[in-house]
Ligand binder design. Structure first.
Ligand code: FAD
Length: 202
């Protein structure tokens, strides 16, 4: 039978992990010879006003995707602002655009998808605009305005631009989920992940 189990601590000297059975509440130590640390990542969420408002979505899990889709299916959404022009943001922007919505992507970088060369990013920007998606570059989002009901109604940038929105989608990247490792005293590298050797060992 499948159980849901969370690791809550790592004891390196005893070579055990502390595990909690989430279905029955039982806690126990699980011994290991080798531990593989693969907890994934945590989405980046800047501490700006309105970030937790209704109508503001991240897309990290399948549940996030399902919630976003049911919002789009509700037909109350006309204008979508996507914050972040990486590949996740662009996938969402395209998916909204093919539903014939007004879509704006805002990114603090001068070109899209920071992992590709800027000159290719320019071509990509042209292709995205040709789809009817508006791009706002070199502006960072500083706040999300909410209406009387607490729902997001606009995105504000550091260039004092106000982008009206019925729905805001965040695609701002991720950071390594190193909480357990940090508490176990495992050394971190310069970019905030676990420091590893050429064989990915720590
Ligand atoms: C919308 C979206 C689209 C993407 N599209 C692509 C794509 O087209 N191609 C591509 O290559 N990549 C894509 N990615 C990226 C890809 O999903 C990630 O790179 C990949 O999931 C990372 O795998 P992972 O195993 O490191 O982490 P994850 O898949 O996040 O797995 C980590 C697992 O660890 C579990 N966990 C965390 N903490 C604990 C704990 N304390 N105890 C027990 N379990 C724990 C979590 O529940 C989770 O199941 C996409 C990501 C998103 C969000």
């Amino acid at each position: 039978m499948r159980t849901r189990t969370e690791v809550t601590a790592i004891d390196l000297s005893a070579r055990t992990v502390r595990a909690r059975d989430l279905d029955h509440g039982r806690e126990y130590n699980e011994p290991f010879d080798t531990l593989v640390y693969a907890t994934g990542s945590v989405p980046l969420r800047p501490q700006i006003s309105g970030i937790d408002a209704a109508g503001v979505y991240g897309v990290q899990t399948l549940d996030d995707g399902a919630a976003l889709r049911s919002e789009l299916d509700s037909e109350r959404v006309r204008r979508v602002v996507v914050v972040g022009g990486g590949y996740i943001g662009l996938e969402i922007a395209e998916a909204c655009r093919v539903r014939d919505l007004d879509v704006t992507v805002v990114d603090r970088s001068p070109t899209l998808v920071g992992t590709i060369d800027p000159d290719i990013g320019v071509f990509l920007g042209d292709a995205v605009r040709a789809m009817g998606i508006a791009l706002v570059h070199s502006e960072a989002v500083v706040g999300i305005e909410t209406g009387h009901d607490g729902r997001a109604i606009a995105v504000h940038t550091d260039a004092e631009r106000r982008l009206p929105a019925d729905l805001v989608v965040l695609g701002l990247g991720v950071r390594p989920d190193i909480d357990l490792a940090q508490r176990a005293g495992i050394p971190l590298g310069t970019s905030g992940g676990i420091a590893v050797d050429a064989r990915m060992r720590t």
